[in-house]
Design a protein around this ligand. Structure first.
Ligand code: DX5
Ligand code: ZN
Length: 222
């Protein structure tokens, strides 16, 4: 496989006091998408922001807004996220009993539909929804916080999902603890969209971090 790797910095690790500026900075530093983590203090033990903040940063870049909803329930709010400027809306498989309905609703709003799996959730939940998704997000940390350590056991799941996807046109995204030193583990398993929070916003200039993640990820692709 030699699909282009998509780098999606998570603005959870950005300076919230200057979010618009941070979004422009990662855009200029060469990112592909902007990953936006929405948390509700209920589905995950942390709170971030909602549609008004997303609307405010929308004019700062033309790049794809990849909105990761860590909220339950999600359905009552999906339209608000679509209106706020999301291009891809991802809901968690664990966030409610009617994930198929949520995915159909996202597509009916004209947006790409994603489903995310917590580390303890097996890939078998995808069996009857795989043709209803544009993106599958494998969490390689327990969702809620940036800066956690990568969970190695998820690599087998990524590999299995890559096989399930087969020739379907579905992005396989990985989120949590991915940086220039761990990215090889996920691209060698078949991931093609890399979310990185601290791996982009900490340690070195954003452009250096993004290109190091891209190069190391590409080198390990199979
Ligand atoms: C975690 C979020 C991630 C987070 C990743 O709940 O979904 O997107 O920002 O942060 P790092 O890359 O620092 O693990
Ligand atoms: Zn995320």
């Amino acid at each position: 496989m030699s699909k282009d790797i998509i780098i999606a910095p998570s603005i959870l690790s950005a300076d919230f006091a200057k979010l618009g500026e941070e979004v422009r900075a990662i855009d200029e530093a060469g990112c592909d998408w902007i990953h936006i983590d929405v948390m509700d203090g209920h589905f995950v033990p942390n709170l971030t922001f909602g549609p008004p903040v997303i609307s405010c940063i929308r004019p700062h870049t033309k790049k794809i807004f990849d909105v990761h909803l860590m909220i339950a329930p999600a359905d009552p709010y999906l339209e608000d996220y679509a209106k706020a400027g999301a291009d891809i809306i991802t809901v968690h498989a664990e966030a409610g009993p009617h994930i198929h309905r949520s995915l159909q609703f996202i597509r009916s709003l004209g947006k790409k539909a994603g489903v995310s799996l917590n580390p303890s959730t097996p890939e078998s939940v995808l069996e009857y929804i795989i043709d209803d998704v544009d993106l599958i997000l494998v969490m390689t940390v327990n969702p809620g916080f940036g800066g956690q350590s990568f969970i190695d056991s998820q690599c087998d799941k990524i590999r299995n999902i890559r096989k399930m996807i087969g020739t379907r046109d579905i992005w396989l995204e990985v989120d949590g603890g991915v940086n220039r030193d761990t990215v090889h583990k996920v691209t060698s398993a078949g991931a093609d969209v890399i979310v990185a929070g601290s791996g982009v916003f900490k340690g070195a200039p954003y452009a250096d971090n993004i290109s190091a993640i891209r190069e190391n990820g590409k080198a390990a692709q199979v």
